[in-house]
Design a protein around this ligand. Sequence first.
Ligand code: NAD
Length: 361
Amino acid sequence: MTKTVAVLAGDGIGPEIMAEAVKVLETLRASFGLKVTLENALVGGAAIDATGNPLPAETLALAKRADALLLAAVGGPKWEPLEMAQRPEKGLLGLRSELGLFANLRPATLFPELANASTLKPEVVENLDILIVRELTGDIYFGQPRGVRVLENGERQGFNTMLYSESEIERIARVAFESAAKRQGRLCSVDKANVLESTELWREVVTRVGKEYPNVKLTHMYVDNAAMQLVRNPKQFDVMVTGNLFGDILSDLASQLTGSIGMLPSASLDSNNKGMYEPIHGSAPDIAGKQLANPLAMILSVAMMLRYSLKEEKLAVLVEEAVAQVLRDGLRTADIKGDNDTVVKTREMGDAVVAVLRSKL
Ligand code: NAD
């Protein structure tokens, strides 16, 4: 059956890197039997400029109808003066909450060719392969009440509420246990159970769910220690699961261990594995329109989409191997270049991935 993929290029470098991802998908469709229809829609700043709304109704309708969503990035200085509720990022948050994308999967994988791109010593990060599973629709980012109030003495006070219900913890725990079962079978749950009641409940529920997965070895770690251990000895981790706030911070930290924001994809899934796939980086306005962006995180997001939502594991591996091959061939965009590397443009990198794919025919 032909599946529908919503293609949301967004802002800044978005259209440039999306063009390369689409080339990859078109190649898989033309030559490898992938049955997909690609439908473009506006989101973020581009949607504001065209319709006044960062998430137009047509885009939301397509997002709901599609089998998977591919998104590049949204935002940029042009829209920063707008009120918070009108900004491009609201388009992204709206998609996550409207589609119930509660599970954010962020692999931090180091391609051997890029070991020198990390700020850590190569022996600390060589062969690094961590998966961070972050809960995406709960926690202090969504908890009510929230705001800034004026106290009796006239001083202002900001407040937010950290909330997790058992069902929210249970469903993200299951995604993490299932992921760990398919990898090395180790899951580290990260919390602050010594101080925060909501994460005390988190630990209790994760432990309970863990009893259903006897093949996965579950450990627990406080978030402060986890941040330290990720820098000290990141290879001790296989899969990590944590809440929205801690996951936001730890997944950025873990991504930087690989040294290159332009290399890392992510998936945000609902309970049926419908997902939105996007690079972890933003719209990089500083390099937009110059063909300087690295399209590999976007192309690796296509691989994740093939794996999780389109159930095309072989094609996912094919794309990942093609990316590894272009790196072995010495191609580098500016963000991942070493001292003696020649730099290629966004388009050349995409063309090289397509050429490797074609060579596998
Ligand atoms: P950013 O990730 O866009 O850029 C940070 C740095 O990394 C910049 O120097 C940029 O040039 C570089 N970079 C990012 N992606 C790259 C790539 N593919 N190739 C080469 N270099 C790359 O983060 P920022 O500068 O903090 O934010 C810029 C805009 O993006 C803001 O409007 C922000 O709100 C938005 N943003 C969007 C998302 C998203 O759409 N998911 C995520 C983060 C930030």
